[in-house]
Write a protein that binds this ligand. Structure first.
Ligand SMILES: Cc1ncc(COP(=O)(O)O)c(C=O)c1O
Length: 377
């Protein structure tokens, strides 16, 4: 079996699973309980928060746990809108955001907010000049992802941060779900960024755990009310085993970043070079300024799901650009925003690599690729 769908989700590693199991079986207390078992759980929660904040070079009181990337994104978009509506009701998001951002913004539109989409160029990069034109007196939030999940484009966050330096009242959110461990943290957690969202299952942590970076002093209306956990900002008893496992997974995924990145980039280059040799293969992702793990391409005239199943017959798992879009059978939103001809866009499939993949798997993949191309192309 070859798993090349790591942008959809990753498996917990043995070490991460061990942490998870240890906490599930040994730490039964609720961190909010007054007794000793609660104190032990509370200490573990604080230690995990500190571990994550140290890894990101931020303060522990800037990390807030959630149930995953979607909740993290929903909270920032809706929480900022509710918090700042007295100052303005205009939001700008890029046209290639994940549905967790897009659909939150669209929902707010129904509640009376105004939403504008910053366009991307034909390669999937946000046009910062166009984004600038959208800014107005009423703008309260700009949200742009760090790495696009469908084609891997690394967005020009430094330029956007520089632009927003002139607009200190506008909050700046970065969806970092596909970025952490894939590009250097300092390249997306920039000083001008107010909020950033993360999801554990994208870096070998458990599903159903995420967190937000909320810059100290930045206010956000809570979406989940209750017992006042997470400093009163996000109630519900903390998923302690998941949080401890997340901290461990993050440490492991950031360890030896340079080597892991170089290995993944090398695997992508080998596949990319081969794909480029075939006239009936379209390559939608690039190499420079794209994440090293994501490569989106298609066989001309063949629908993406047909290609996915052709590889599945050989126990090779790839996807049609994003796990959420694949079941809907629709062309990827990012490719549409890049103005790719819809007929060509429906052929798109995504390979997403991980440092745990090997060059042997790449070679096997390419052998199967040549057979699939002969059969379908
Ligand atoms: C860019 C991006 N944001 C948000 C999410 C949602 O994360 P989760 O699956 O943890 O809800 C994903 C998941 O694919 C993603 O790729």
């Amino acid at each position: 079996m070859i798993y090349f769908d790591n942008a959809a989700t990753t498996a917990m590693t043995t070490e991460v699973l061990k942490s998870y199991n240890d906490v599930v079986t040994r730490v039964i207390g609720n961190p909010s309980s007054l007794h000793n078992l609660g104190t032990v759980a509370g200490r573990l929660l604080n230690a995990s928060r500190r571990q994550i904040s140290d890894l990101l070079n931020v303060s522990p009181d800037e990390i807030f746990f959630t149930s995953g990337g979607s909740e993290s994104d929903n909270w920032i978009i809706k929480g900022t809108a509710f918090e700042k509506q007295a100052f303005g009701k205009h939001l700008i998001i890029s046209s290639v955001e994940h549905p967790a951002i897009k659909n939150s913004a669209e929902w707010l539109r129904d509640q009376g907010f105004k939403v504008d989409y910053a366009p991307v160029d034909k390669n999937g990069f946000v046009l910062v000049d166009e984004l600038e034109k959208l800014i107005c007196e009423d703008t309260i939030l700009v949200s742009v992802m760090a790495v696009n999940n469908e084609v891997g484009a690394i967005q020009p966050l430094k330029e956007i941060a520089t632009l927003l330096g002139n607009f200190p009242k506008i909050s700046f959110h970065v969806d970092a779900v596909q970025a952490i461990g894939k590009i250097a943290t300092k390249d997306f957690l920039l000083p001008r960024v107010d909020f950033a969202s993360f999801s554990a299952h994208k870096f070998h942590g458990p599903r159903g755990v995420g967190f937000n970076y909320i810059k100290s002093g930045k206010r956000l209306t809570p979406l989940i009310h209750g017992g006042g956990q997470e400093s009163g900002k996000r109630s519900t008893t903390e998923n302690l085993p998941g949080i401890v496992a997340t901290a461990k997974a993050l440490r492991i995924s950031l360890e030896g970043f340079e080597e892991k990145h170089a290995h993944v980039a090398e695997m992508k280059k080998v596949i990319y070079n081969e794909l480029k040799e075939h006239n009936n293969v379209l390559v939608f992702s690039g190499v420079d300024n794209y994440a090293a793990n994501i490569l989106t391409w298609g066989i001309k005239g063949i629908r993406g799901e047909v290609t996915v199943h052709a590889f599945e017959d050989h126990e090779i798992y790839i996807s049609t650009t994003s796990a959420c879009a694949s079941r809907k059978n629709s062309a990827a939103g990012t490719l549409m925003a890049m103005k790719v001809d819809p007929k060509l866009a429906t052929s798109a499939v995504r390979i997403s690599l991980d440092y745990t993949n090997t060059m042997t798997e790449v070679e096997l993949f390419l052998t199967v690729f040549r057979q699939v191309l002969l059969k379908l192309g």
